[in-house]
Design a protein around this ligand. Sequence first.
Ligand code: SAM
Length: 272
Amino acid sequence: MFKRKKRRGPPAGSGLLCSGAPAVPPASWQDALNPYGDRFDPAVERARATNPAEAAFFAQDDRIATKWHHYLEIYDRHLSRYRGKPVRVLELGVYQGGSLQMWRRYFGPEAVIHGLDINGGCRQIEDEQPDLRLHLGSQADQALLKRIVEEMGGIDVVIDDAGHVSPEQILSFETLYPLMAPDGVYIVEDLHASYWPEFGGGLRAPGAFMEYAKHLLDRLHARYVLEPEPFTRDPGFADATHGIAFYDSMVVFERRRKPSPRSLTVGRRTLS
Ligand SMILES: C[S@@+](CC[C@H](N)C(=O)[O-])C[C@H]1O[C@@H](n2cnc3c(N)ncnc32)[C@H](O)[C@@H]1O
């Protein structure tokens, strides 16, 4: 008699598009990132840019900016309507200042561009280029975030590229999202960190930003939930949110005032 081999792998029903994972997971989050390091020629990339965000990024030859390539198309998909407008943009996490310069190139001269970073050295960016407003402090400082929004006179776009620590990302989101323009866009990037304990995350770990975002996906559908618990059926988030887009390492929240969705039917004929 052959002994039946015990089947290992994902539970039934979750194997869609499985291709076989490497047997050994990355030893650390640094190992997970290293294989992705890439060399490129900015001039070549600029010449074959397929959207204005790519063009703006590869034109950056002053201060250093660091973005994952696939983010550029996603930015343009969600932010292109703001180009050439007096859009109010806040980037959490400024690093060397290149991304703020890139946003200026992308959005144009009318944009109000603010950055927040915990590194006091970033002050230099504003000293050199006063059309970029710099705030020093932590993305977890809710009072500071509120003051920044007040100074900006409201806020249309948030790009969270700061500490990538889940509890801080959640704090920033909970503070800023309700203060945004009704049609604002909130982007949280580098969410691979949401799978790493060093950043307050882990696969399906309570408190990881990705878990929080999945929970918001349920709240987007709150008015269809049959459970009696009132919080799960509270449509407040759904009323203010048009959609949530999940990408590799990035989640985009699109605000839009949305009272009860309407189900519509047109036409006259039915099947005979
Ligand atoms: C990934 S870098 C930002 C990269 C930049 N946005 C770019 O595209 O070039 C992260 C930055 O976040 C800052 N940072 C880390 N923790 C922070 C926190 N709690 N609040 C604000 N900034 C923080 C770091 O000092 C660093 O400059």
